[in-house]
Design a protein around this ligand. Structure first.
Ligand code: FAD
Length: 331
């Protein structure tokens, strides 16, 4: 039954006419898989007024682009995007389908996988393919990053994975590269969609320049939730410093990726770096270990962050931070 499935697809995420970086990275990774399997690489583009972007998708490595251009797809919503993508999957039967592990990519991929009754490997960091068995080998860290697990979807197609941003490499844009554009339409009408976009609130905060900052107050998952993380903003504010974050915080949506420190974020060398509620995973430490002074606050005395810290405070950040904020506010 599965022999009829063919081709590697990449979901192209678009906002306000701009293609997400992760989609271009996935075209790079997808090109490699498609070459090994000797099948075409396709981009899947849904949106309103997006047809002009097809040539860019092709210039970044796709052989073809499936495009649905319709006002109902103006803003990302699960229902219309899932309807469009599922229709394309049922009609054209891709063998492999990759999505960026962004909030929208994760949401869409899980909805599509559920609807098509296929598997999904989330948060992949490595991709390969067993050509003989035609199996996608999607690997991701497991057990707190201590092992890499390679996950196979043996019985169902398409084989799907979400892939973390900034781990794959985009190809260099080849201007004038040609490919095929397949236009499709969506049957869903606006009045049939159950979710409505009432208002778009844009993050108008100024672009952070972590690399230039002298003081960085970085927070991790140990802050508990977005409200706890607010204390990081407050301390940074009273110190005249810049906020930084671990990747888990970024993935939880407490702050944007612009603030991430580490292997897949910024590398920083401030005079003073606070690591608060951050465990000290190697991927974080490589991005901040050359700071002149590191002050770590963690309730676990054995947290690896203390290995690189100049000074360490063992305790509950949610109790310590208000006191520090008060202290620095009054000095
Ligand atoms: P956790 O690991 O959950 O640690 C939370 C810490 O808070 C713990 O040490 C805990 O003891 C402490 N804590 C809990 N409650 C409190 C409290 N009340 N008070 C004080 N302390 C408390 N990570 C990055 O940061 N940057 C990257 O660029 C990055 N790139 C990656 C790239 C790859 C390919 C991979 C596989 C991973 C990458 N990671 C990166 C993720 C990294 O491995 C860790 O998962 C991440 O850094 C953990 O974030 P955290 O320390 O905030 O959370």
């Amino acid at each position: 039954m599965n022999e009829e499935y063919r081709g590697v697809w990449v979901f192209i995420e678009e906002t306000d006419g701009e293609i997400a970086g992760v989609s271009l990275e996935l075209l790079g990774a997808g090109r490699n898989l498609a070459n090994k399997l000797e099948v075409p690489l396709a981009g899947v583009l849904l949106g309103d007024g997006v047809k002009s972007l097809c040539s860019i998708v092709i210039e970044y490595g796709a052989d073809e682009v499936y495009v649905i251009d319709d006002p109902v797809l103006k803003h990302y919503r699960t229902e219309p995007f899932m309807t469009g993508v599922n229709m394309l999957c049922q009609k054209y039967k891709p063998e492999i389908f990759l999505y960026g592990a962004t909030p929208n990519g994760k949401d869409l991929a899980s909805a599509v996988a559920t609807d098509l009754s296929t598997g999904l490997t989330a948060d992949t960091t490595m991709l390969d393919v067993d050509v003989e068995k035609r199996l996608l080998e999607a690997s991701r860290p497991a057990f707190g990053g201590n092992i890499m697990a390679t996950i196979l979807c043996k019985k169902h197609k398409p084989q799907m994975a979400t892939v973390r941003p900034k781990v794959m490499k985009a190809l260099t844009r080849e201007k004038g590269r040609t490919g095929k554009i397949i236009e499709e339409s969506i049957s869903l009408k606006e009045e049939e969609v159950r979710t409505k976009v009432l208002k778009i609130v844009r993050d108008v905060g100024k672009k952070v320049n972590l690399a230039e900052a002298h003081i960085i107050v970085a927070g991790g998952k140990g802050l508990g939730d977005e409200k706890g993380f607010q204390l990081i903003h407050e301390l940074a504010n009273v110190l005249g410093g810049t906020v930084g974050a671990s990747r888990d915080v970024v993935e939880a949506g407490w702050i944007s990726h612009d603030y991430q420190v580490g292997q897949t974020g910024e590398t920083v060398t401030p005079k003073l770096y606070f690591a608060i509620g951050i465990s000290g995973a190697i991927q974080h430490v490589v991005g901040m270990k050359n700071s002149e002074m590191i002050i770590a606050i963690n309730k676990d005395p054995n947290a690896p962050i203390f290995d690189v810290a100049t000074y360490g405070i063992v305790g509950d950040a949610l109790e310590i931070l208000p006191k520090l904020i008060e202290l620095f506010r009054n000095t």
